[in-house]
Design a protein around this ligand. Structure first.
Ligand code: FNR
Length: 397
């Protein structure tokens, strides 16, 4: 009998899903998704910092029933895990964002759509509705990520579209006054093939769009010789770029004026900014360093979490993304005070590995790992995952 090769069997870990994805993707697309900025310090730290935390298990407690469900904004979810926004998912193959939302809706998982998606926000919403109508499950919240543009009217148009399509929250990404220095993208341009476009941002309506504009402007900006050249290019490229003159007062006041949707700030990395977010009326924050694609010499998100938890003092939910690769990582982030976790690249790897089924496989792996970790750690409910369940591995050993 022939031996079963490892590639014939279903992947057992997210690392294995990533390896399958890598086999399926053109190398420059794999690099576009996988890479970080500069020397990739933040990218590495995000993952490695989880390894410096260990779990302190308690034994002889009844863990015959482990419940991974939790609540966010009054919405009950089977898992404290959602899918972070990532641009241009069709480059991973299949139906891109449609595969991701179908997987998320079928498993009742929250998804945030990137404003730079290759599928219109309206089509993503319709796909969610069709899945939930078919399976009769409660529709999980769909959130819309956005950047604020120099041209506020463009931002308003996008917000109106999200409102009309019943998105539950706006996720305002605040860590991107300029793009990070992404070397892989600077060396090999990511160009959308014919037929692919960015229908949320490059046009005011989903019908007309200018396909390759944003990726190529991004690359030109990163390759600009001087800051002044970059500034001139930003102005010349019009309103599709994020605004670098945005402030706390301007952004939150603008959003509150134009919409009643929940506002979640993504890209908070300090206690000071977390306190400002509460003060300015954010409904939640996402502790995120953009998956290590922006400021490279920053700390890991899990390292930033304790000071943010201390500053927020339970007033609004705290969501964390960055480097979460196992169910044990989810456990550790919850133990340090996060209310909810999101994964970015793992969903892209699932998509590239096997479309909708691949994304489902990623969620199933995390679900099984989280449940087993809770059982072995002696915790049967999410709300009982507390700070005293963690120890720190000495850094210098
Ligand atoms: C991102 N991320 C991101 N964030 C955002 O607010 N808008 C966006 O369009 C994108 N696009 C994007 C593309 C790619 C290829 C990646 C890898 C990431 C950041 C994302 O939402 C999230 O913060 C990180 O991916 C989380 O880190 P992990 O889970 O990838 O380690």
């Amino acid at each position: 009998m022939a031996a079963l090769s490892t590639t014939d069997s279903a992947p057992l870990t997210l690392r294995e899903v990533e390896l399958r994805a890598k086999e399926n993707l053109p190398s420059h697309i794999y690099e576009f998704y996988a890479s970080g900025s500069d020397d990739e310090e933040a990218l590495r730290r995000n993952v490695e910092a989880f390894g410096r935390l260990c779990i302190r298990p308690r034994v002889l407690v009844d863990v015959s029933r482990v419940d991974t469900s939790t609540e966010l904004f009054g919405w009950k979810t089977a898992l404290p895990i959602g899918i972070a926004p990532s641009a241009m998912q069709k480059l991973a193959g299949g139906d891109g964002e449609l595969d991701v939302v179908k997987a998320a809706a079928g498993m009742c998982i929250n998804m945030t759509l990137s404003s730079q998606s290759t599928t219109s926000l309206e089509d993503v919403q319709r796909a969610r509705e069709s899945v939930t109508a078919e399976t009769q499950v409660q529709a999980p919240p769909l959130w819309m990520q956005l950047y604020l543009y120099e041209d506020m009217q463009k931002s308003t148009q996008l917000i109106r579209r999200a409102e009309k399509s019943s998105y539950e929250a706006l996720v305002l990404t605040v860590d991107t006054p300029v793009l990070g220095n992404r070397l892989a993208e600077r060396k090999t341009a990511v160009v959308l093939p014919p037929g692919m476009s960015l229908p949320n941002t490059t046009a005011s309506s989903p019908q007309s769009s200018s396909p390759n504009l944003l990726p190529s402007v991004n690359r030109l900006l990163m390759n600009a010789r001087t800051a002044a050249d970059a500034q001139a290019l930003r102005q010349a490229s019009g309103s599709v770029m994020h605004s670098s003159s945005m402030t706390w007062a301007k952004s939150l006041a603008f959003l509150r004026r134009v919409t009643k949707m929940r506002i979640i700030l993504k890209g908070i990395m300090t206690g000071e900014d977390a306190a400002l977010a509460v003060q300015h009326g954010a409904d939640a924050i996402i502790v995120s360093n953009h998956g290590g694609r922006q400021l490279s010499s920053t700390c890991a998100t899990i390292e930033a979490l304790p000071e943010i938890v201390a500053a927020v003092q339970g007033r609004i939910p705290i969501i964390l993304d960055g480097g979460v690769r196992t169910g044990a990582d989810v456990f550790k982030a919850l133990a340090l005070g996060a209310d909810f976790i999101c994964v970015g690249r793992p969903a892209l790897w699932g998509l590239a590995y096997d479309g909708q089924k691949g994304v489902e496989a990623v969620i199933h792996i995390l679900e099984r790992e989280l449940s087993r970790t809770m059982t072995l750690a002696g915790v049967s409910r999410i709300k009982d995952i507390s700070r005293d369940r963690l120890g720190i591995v000495a850094r210098d050993t």
